[in-house]
Write a protein that binds this ligand. Structure first.
Ligand code: GRF
Length: 193
């Protein structure tokens, strides 16, 4: 689905808002020989995002934009992405919705990870909603981003079992552990690797 040219890794950016555990797993993956991508920029709308610490540890540049003035922020961001030659974007716990204009500029080049088995439980508070509905399974999904929230083409999903005494916290931890494996696998898949 995404073509590799030559043997250079494709430059990418990861967008975060919080802890950044998916960012960390993507950075680790990007440093392996089999990874088709490198991570060259971390973007956050939140200057206090814990995940920004990984920028320091792994010496990756960071860009912080508050997104209050969305158009302005996105235009600045587009210029930054261009100047760093970023070809793909991975959303990982990024809590802002990108505009249609922005998404069009990176058409088919933005992935997101979502903590549910889409199309079920789009949006927020997925784990509690799955528990409230007495689901037997939940999971996570990596999908392409289009202009409709959590609705783009699905790349990969991983199912987890909901146990009897599951809480939204235990379920979140269970799903997150799978997210860390699923995102790299989804990247390999879109590069046909
Ligand atoms: C993950 O569960 C992700 O699916 C959701 O937000 C959480 C982010 O976790 N969109 P982290 O910041 O990667 O640790």
């Amino acid at each position: 689905m995404v073509k590799l040219t030559g043997n250079k890794k494709v430059k990418t950016a990861v967008f975060i808002s919080g802890t950044g555990s998916n960012l960390r797993s993507l950075i680790k993956f990007s440093k392996t020989n089999r990874s088709p991508i490198s991570i060259d920029l971390i973007v956050s709308n939140n200057p206090k995002a814990k995940g920004l610490g990984f920028g320091k540890i792994f010496k990756i540049r960071k860009k912080i934009l508050n997104f209050d003035k969305k158009n302005q922020s996105e235009n600045k961001l587009l210029a930054t992405l261009k100047s760093y030659d970023i070809k793909m974007i991975f959303l990982a716990g990024f809590m802002k919705i990108l505009s249609k204009n922005f998404i069009t500029k990176f058409k088919g080049k933005i992935l997101n990870i979502h903590p549910s088995l889409l199309p079920k439980y789009k949006g927020l508070n997925t784990h509690q909603r799955a528990l409230d509905n007495k689901e037997k399974h939940s999971g996570c999904t990596v999908h392409f981003v289009n202009s409709k929230l959590d609705s783009g083409k699905i790349v990969l999903q991983k199912k987890v079992k909901i146990s009897r005494n599951e809480t939204k916290h235990s379920l979140a931890a269970k799903v997150l552990a799978q997210e860390h494996k699923l995102y790299p696998r989804a990247i390999l898949k879109i590069f046909n690797l």
